[in-house]
Design a protein around this ligand. Sequence first.
Ligand code: MRU
Length: 346
Amino acid sequence: MKFKTIEWKGDSVRILDQRKLPGTIRYLDCRDAPSVATAIKEMAIRGAPAIGVAAAMGISLAAKRLRTDHPSIFKQKIEKVCHQMEQTRPTAVNLFWAIGRMRKILTETSLQDVSLLKTRLEKEALAIFREDLEVNQNIGEHGKIFIQHGNRVLTHCNAGALATAGYGTALGVIRAAWAEGKRFHVYVDETRPLLQGARLTAWELVQEKIPCTVITDSMAGLLMKEGKINLVLVGADRIARNGDTANKIGTYSLAILANYHHLPFYVAAPLSTIDFSLPSGKEIPIEERAPQEVTHLQGKRITPSGIQTYNPAFDVTPSSLIEAMITEKGIIRKPFIQNLKKTLRT
Ligand code: MRU
């Protein structure tokens, strides 16, 4: 990878500011937990696995900066930081999963020494980062069988190196198939309102020299009708127990279109994206973001002032529309409810 989405610097977290891409390469050096939380909330860093990594690193930063020798005070303060991190974005479960791992270190009864706790928290944050890279590469290896030479693949939003510790989930599958020598074309939905497809996925694909075409979101149906798409491949922010999948707004429409045109629709995601506490997609909390994201385009107003808006950042695709899920442990097919459970147990 020619860029680093996020980097642990020991006393700071370096984050590539994705709001500026592809025009400007700018890094944010976050020296405390609140600045990491702001970077997540304001989407300088975004994508389900990446925000989990960022939160974990932010918690470790807070731990390092804390000046107390009392384990109980230390734990109380870090618990507060965990809670603050949880308030940043509600939909991607990877965020809560990563915070949960950090919290587990705090609650290990054997750890009563503050400096040991600090070391363990740092180790855990780095492990979450490292494991994510490995998980993505495995997702790529398992998923590459779905892309054939000459295929046209449609993807939505950015599920690439920018959305993870590196490599990517849906884009990881594309990378792995390309690395194997298959030659194909990627259609990239621009992904209104924040243009993660046009700005970020296209930027990653151009760097890899993988042929791609950006389309506006509303063009997908026509392309499918014209026989220009062979498969749809997306990432996920939260997968409920029954396989219903929350991902970037517009994913559900794509899944319906793919179903109508008899095209396979694949979800690539780490197992940390599965939320077994939720029976179905109905219970997944959907983030609603600021109206300005709809009324303005890159800082410029495009609507009459005073207009009403609705800006859910994600939608839920029912599991019935999903052909298969690609995880680090292999391909999961229907019935998802049994097979997700089985995969998690192995
Ligand atoms: O709002 P974003 O940009 O954080 O949304 C990101 C997505 O919807 C991705 O598709 C998802 O997180 C998977 S990333 C591997």
